[in-house]
Design a protein around this ligand. Structure first.
Ligand code: NAD
Length: 259
């Protein structure tokens, strides 16, 4: 299997582990199984201590861990500088980061504030562009960048509001980045994950109802797990997907195809 994936000893940056429920942690577990070296970025000290604990609990070792606040250009530049010094070449980046103000996920979308709109876009969509720009010089052997999206990018999911518009921008940014970076053999794709109970999901009102509805309606008649998103991320980073770029791939038990 390792031969097929060609990820053994490859350096992959995973951004966004807040705890063991994070989608980014599901991704990291898949990467470890494929023999990759995993480099983590975190924002808050609290996330660092959780990350250190779950690595220890699972007897896994990070190649490198560095702080990176994606709202801050200097922080992104500094993080990737340190990653370059620690790892040299990198082969992939998983952007599993998003945030919006809680008040912008309550009430009507029409009441979104200018500042709240800009903040959601900055954190959840622009950050991918800046991250790709800083990662590119380190991806000298080509590679793969993955971002996490959600169905709210293309359909109205009440309560997802400003984040839906940010995810629409993220998916579009994936296509433009795929065009820019294709000449460097760097592929850029998004995964549209089904609803998963994580810290970020707590901010979405009526999340339980969403989970129930998906469980009843999706072709697979269930919700998905962070591990399933992790495995598809692995596939999209690996040699198996070398002909795929600019795509949004659904890992949602088929929910998106339903009318
Ligand atoms: P999570 O809360 O575990 O992860 C979100 C991460 O974003 C956290 O680690 C947090 O520290 C990080 N983050 C927020 N602001 C940041 C900043 N300024 N700088 C650096 N990091 C920052 O939740 P999750 O559900 O695993 O979310 C990961 C990604 O998956 C997000 O893009 C989310 O929108 C997406 N997603 C989640 C679901 C779901 O149902 N959970 C569904 C589809 C897509």
């Amino acid at each position: 299997m390792e031969d097929l994936l060609k990820l053994k000893d490859k350096n992959i940056v995973v951004m966004g582990v807040a705890n063991e429920r994070s989608i980014a942690w599901g991704v990291a577990k898949s990467l470890y199984q494929a023999g990759a070296n995993v480099i983590f970025t975190y924002r808050k000290e609290r996330s660092l201590s959780k990350l250190t604990k779950i690595l220890n609990d699972n007897q896994l070792e990070a190649k490198f861990i560095v702080q990176c606040d994606v709202n801050n250009d200097e922080s992104i530049v500094d993080a990737f500088k340190q990653i370059g010094e620690a790892a040299g070449t990198i082969h992939g980046v998983v952007h599993s980061v998003a945030f919006a103000h809680a008040e912008d996920l309550k009430g009507d979308f029409i009441d979104t504030s200018r500042e709240g709109y800009a903040f959601a876009q900055d954190t959840s969509a622009y950050s991918l562009i800046k991250v790709a720009r800083e990662a590119r010089p380190l991806m000298t052997e080509g590679g793969s960048i993955i971002a996490m999206s959600y169905l709210g990018a293309e359909r109205v999911l009440p309560g997802y509001n400003v984040m839906g518009v940010a995810k629409a921008a993220l998916e579009s940014a994936v296509r433009y980045l795929a065009h820019d970076l294709g000449k460097d053999n760097i592929r850029v794709n998004a995964i549209s994950a089904g609803a998963i109970r994580t810290l970020a999901a707590k901010g979405v009102p009526s999340f339980n109802e969403i989970l129930n509805k998906i469980g009843e309606t999706a072709p697979l008649q269930r919700n998905v797990t962070a591990e399933e998103v992790g495995d598809m991320t692995l596939a999209l980073i690996s040699h198996l997907s070398r002909g795929v770029t600019g795509e949004t791939v659904y890992v949602d038990a088929g929910y998106n195809i339903m009318g």
